[in-house]
Ligand binder design. Structure first.
Ligand code: BYC
Length: 481
């Protein structure tokens, strides 16, 4: 079997030898039409007939795995790709440490494993649903293409999880796979499972913040699942991470280009004061304090995706060898964590305090801390753009107690610097910290579609290089009306 190159002669491209696995092939072929209906109903609105310059994975060889070509999105070849197996891989943590990694579902941990796969799977179509209207207001063809690339790959990530459900979980796996197509982001009756995936993505700034902050939760969670003792989950997560890198690139460079354009416009107009909101907005660019508010919103929503700071679910899935830590195999400790502690910020007698908790139950917190460190890197780059322009302003990540719905701080209100305030003060001041209706209206007023090759909306700078090294005026999307 060729585990490096993908077999495209099958109806479902794959490197898992599907043609020899008639049961799973039939199950996936049975699921496929429902997926396509979902894509038509909930995928990018208005561009299903357009030719989009997309990358498709043809191999899982890290040295060259994708090829670019014009594709109509419904014809995209969503496939099943697992990273090559590591020989003699062992469970790298938990109670089963150093036992051979499982090629089949360990019976005693089946329910827990299915839950992890379903939650991961649920987020993928949710993000496509959240972004479905954005094509119509894309600031350029380059950006429109990046949006659609992210969308088709999130669709593929759904396939990745559905494959695991069909292959390893039998009847209840099939039922869960159906449910993944039935739930809808923001629906009152059948919402998506995690909070941030039911929020609207109303404009392109939200899209860039989402791909920066929320896709980065995806990165951290996938890294943890890539450590899994259940080898098929590890292998599928490892390949998903290869694709995920582009999504975070879209977020980081997207926000960076907005910041750059704002700074340029301010300099051209001789405005030094970043808080001169009306003057800056009159230039048709987004003022830096409003960008900070958007950042506050998306970062805090994404923190909620890590679950409670202290969680027995997290401890159980670690003990069971199903979900590890970020870069587990590079950490120098016993990989069992039975006797260690980890510092956690908690609400103790009404005060935010750092306390030592058993490391096992504090695993969500640890992953969230790794996430925060990763998030901070982009802020440094954005702040560099601002300081180079000579403007006195710097983005900062808000305190973890700010605007939370999950965990220790869900019942209190706190400012972005972590000062606790009462509900009345929060109501009065929240528009200083989170995008107000007026901010939303202003951003919405800038969201005008630009579809001439090489042209960009006035609120965002062009990228430094094109996708696949294409020239600046490349027609990334051939729009079919
Ligand atoms: N919203 O013990 P707790 C991505 C529930 S993103 C609603 O604190 P646990 C992507 C929880 O289910 C990555 N409910 O949490 C990004 C539990 O309910 P039950 C997606 C929540 O289990 C962009 C109860 O509260 N992958 O890939 O330790 C675009 C107590 O939970 C939330 C994963 O997340 C919430 N935010 O941790 C596209 C990995 N948080 O069971 C894609 C798989 C908690 O008592 N999932 N609850 O009824 C997990 O590892 C864990 O389930 C979680 C939660 C980290 C999500």
């Amino acid at each position: 079997m060729d585990i490096i190159n993908v077999d495209y002669s099958e109806s479902i491209p794959n490197n898992v030898n599907l043609h020899e696995d008639r049961r799973v092939l039939r199950a996936l072929e049975g699921w496929h039409p429902g997926y396509l209906t979902w894509w038509q109903d909930m995928g990018p609105e208005g561009f299903q007939e357009s030719l989009v310059y997309l990358r498709t994975a043809y191999s899982v060889d890290p040295r060259g795995w994708a090829k670019f070509d014009y594709v109509r999105m419904p014809d995209y070849r969503w496939g099943i790709l697992l990273a090559p197996p590591e020989e003699n891989r062992k469970v790298p943590f938990g109670q089963h440490l150093d036992e051979p990694a499982w090629q089949e579902v360990p019976g005693e941990h089946r329910a827990m494993l299915r839950r992890l796969v379903v939650i991961q799977g649920d987020t993928e179509p949710a993000s496509v649903e959240q972004q479905r209207h954005l094509g119509k207001t894309a600031p350029s063809l380059y950006d429109m293409r990046n949006l659609f690339q992210v969308n088709v790959e999130e669709g593929r990530h759904l396939w990745a999880m559905v494959y695991l459900l069909h292959k390893y979980f039998g009847r209840d796996g099939r039922e869960e796979a159906e449910e993944l197509l039935r739930r809808r982001s923001g629906s009152a009756d059948a919402p998506r499972m995690l909070g941030a995936f039911n929020e609207a993505t109303p404009d392109w700034l939200s899209f860039f913040m989402f791909t920066y902050f929320t896709d980065r939760d995806g990165k951290m969670q996938l890294h943890s699942l890539a450590q899994s003792g259940f080898d098929p989950l590890s292998r599928t997560s490892r390949f998903m991470l290869t694709e995920e890198a582009h999504h975070m690139f879209v977020g980081e460079t997207g926000v960076g280009r907005v910041v750059r354009r704002t700074c340029e416009a301010m300099k051209e107009a001789g405005i030094d004061d970043p808080y001169a909101k009306d003057k800056v907005r009159a230039l048709g660019v987004i003022d830096l304090p409003t960008l900070q508010k958007k950042l506050n919103l998306h970062y805090s929503l994404s923190l909620d995706l890590f679950g409670s700071e202290v969680s027995t679910n997290a401890a159980n899935s670690f003990n069971a060898g199903l979900k590890g830590r970020y870069q587990e195999t590079k950490i120098d400790d016993d990989h069992r964590l039975e006797n260690s502690t980890y510092p956690v910020l908690k609400l103790v007698d009404g005060v935010i305090k750092r306390v030592e908790e058993p490391a096992l139950t504090a695993l969500n917190m640890r992953l969230r801390d790794d996430y925060t460190n990763d998030c901070a890197k982009g802020l440094l780059r954005w702040n560099k753009i601002i300081s180079t322009a000579g403007i006195d302003f710097a983005f900062a990540l808000p305190h973890v107690a700010f605007h939370r719905e999950i965990g220790e701080f869900k019942n209190i209100e706190a400012t972005p610097t972590g000062e606790m305030i009462d509900a009345g003060a929060w109501e009065k001041r929240k528009d200083e910290w989170l995008p107000s209706r007026e901010d939303g209206d202003f951003i919405a007023s800038l969201m005008k579609s630009v579809t001439e090759p090489g042209k960009f909306a006035g609120w965002i700078a062009p990228p430094i290089v094109g996708i696949d090294n294409k020239p600046g005026d490349f027609e990334y999307v051939k729009i079919e009306h």
